[in-house]
Ligand binder design. Structure first.
Ligand SMILES: O=P([O-])([O-])O[C@@H]1[C@@H](O)[C@H](O)[C@@H](O)[C@H](O)[C@@H]1O
Length: 400
């Protein structure tokens, strides 16, 4: 960034601020602010793009059903080691989540006492809009974006009329329609407040047709959904290569064990169904044919905590009909992979807003398992093609 360029102070209003991903991201920013030069895992750390906020200038704010400070939450999640916890304790100890909007009907296994008591959907949206205004003023922000990192909600009834159009959604808000869940209320509030919105979860939010329409009309950038962290990232790297080599995929078995709070939320059958939907959606379009035996399995296994282990077994057929197997065993740290992506999504949404772009931001596809697309067409899932899309968008704006 040229020495004269003005620095942008950008707030990230996180839904699920006390979670493992958000607290890891906040700790990461704190380390960078203190002069750390560890930029591993941050895909855009070296991108010299005008207008892109610096990591050190990101301010963490938001909501959580658990009101404890980020330092206390961080210690519970056990993602950071003891010295990292000690070094960030003071800064993260000063941040406490605001009371969040919740619905047990949408997320059964996760609850808390830091709940915003509101008389209905319309009041919930108004309260969130107020909070966003307050954050802007309280921190003297130049920009603010909202990112959903909350626990996975069940998928609402696809037939529900309230989600289909902007007008129906507004009526649904007045009627406290049960098809409208918390993630949609937050997204609706962000769009009303002109705040770009990113959905790192599989929950239905800004991708509800009503809210896509609203984001376009209001010119507010939205992106999602479901962060592409570990296993799906590898899948969308490997599958294009298998296609290019004409190796036929006969079956792909993906399984995960993890014991963090996300895993706990996914013990609920309906929340799990949302996650399996996004994780299972990436393969067929890359390969160009349906893989009938594509199985995705997620198990909550407490001893692993955030240290998720993912196994993939891929059965392929090659020349002369000979069959082979590929095994991938990714021993990862779920939040360590996810947190830097959240920082990039926030910076890019802020940049999109500065460039005057509104509606779905398809160029952010590389960060998501089920990318939102500009005209609702089928998403591009291949990692290399997504990378090209993002690079071109960054370059195009920089050249103007
Ligand atoms: O991106 P990916 O590694 O394929 O998928 C992961 C899921 O398998 C896991 O259940 C969830 O907790 C992670 O946040 C992430 O969504």
């Amino acid at each position: 960034m040229p020495a004269t360029a003005k620095r942008r102070r950008v707030g990230i209003a996180v839904v699920g601020l006390g979670g493992a991903v958000a607290t890891t991201a906040a700790a990461g920013v704190e380390f960078l602010r203190r002069g750390s030069n560890r930029l591993d895992g941050l895909p855009l750390a070296h991108a010299a793009v005008p207008g892109l906020a610096r990591y050190e200038d990101l301010v963490f704010e938001g909501w959580d059903l658990n009101g404890q400070s980020l330092a206390a939450a961080c210690a519970e999640h056990r993602v950071l080691n003891d010295s990292q916890l000690a070094e960030t304790a003071e800064a993260l100890g000063a941040v406490r989540p605001r009371p969040g909007v919740a619905s047990e009907a949408f997320c059964r296994r996760i609850s808390g006492s830091n709940i915003r008591s509101v008389p209905g959907h319309r009041a919930a949206v108004a309260a969130i809009v107020d909070d966003l205004r307050d954050m802007r003023v309280a921190h003297g922000l130049d920009g603010i974006v909202m990112v959903n990192l909350a626990s996975t909600e069940r998928t609402p009834d696809a037939e529900s009329a309230a989600l289909r159009s902007m007008d129906a959604f507004e009526r649904g808000l007045d009627a406290d329609d049960p098809a409208i869940g918390p993630a949609m209320l937050y997204a609706r509030a962000a769009i009303e407040a002109g705040v770009p919105y990113g959905n790192f979860t599989p929950s239905v939010a800004a991708d509800a047709p009503a809210l896509v329409e609203l984001s376009r009309r209001r010119g507010v950038p939205v992106a999602g959904k479901d962060g592409k962290t570990g296993q799906t990232m590898m899948k969308t790297v490997i599958a294009p290569a298998l296609r290019a080599r004409a190796l036929h995929v006969d079956g792909w078995f993906s399984t995960n064990i993890l014991g963090n709070r996300d895993g706990e939320a996914l013990r609920d059958r309906d929340s799990l169904a949302s996650k399996l939907g996004t994780k299972g959606s990436v393969l067929d379009s890359i390969l160009g044919y349906p893989v009938e035996d594509h199985i995705v399995d997620i198990r909550y296994y407490r001893p692993r905590g955030d240290d998720k282990e993912a196994w993939d077994n891929i059965d392929v057929t090659g020349f002369l009909g000979h069959r082979m197997q590929i095994k991938v065993n990714f021993l990862c740290k779920d939040s360590v992979l996810a947190a830097p992506l959240v920082l990039e999504i926030a910076r890019l949404l802020d940049l999109a807003a500065q460039r005057g772009e509104g509606g779905p931001q398809e160029q952010l596809s590389i960060f998501f398992k089920a990318p939102m697309t500009v005209n609702g067409h089928a998403p591009e899932h291949a990692f290399h093609a997504q990378e090209r899309m993002l690079t071109e968008w960054l370059g195009a704006g920089a050249a103007e």
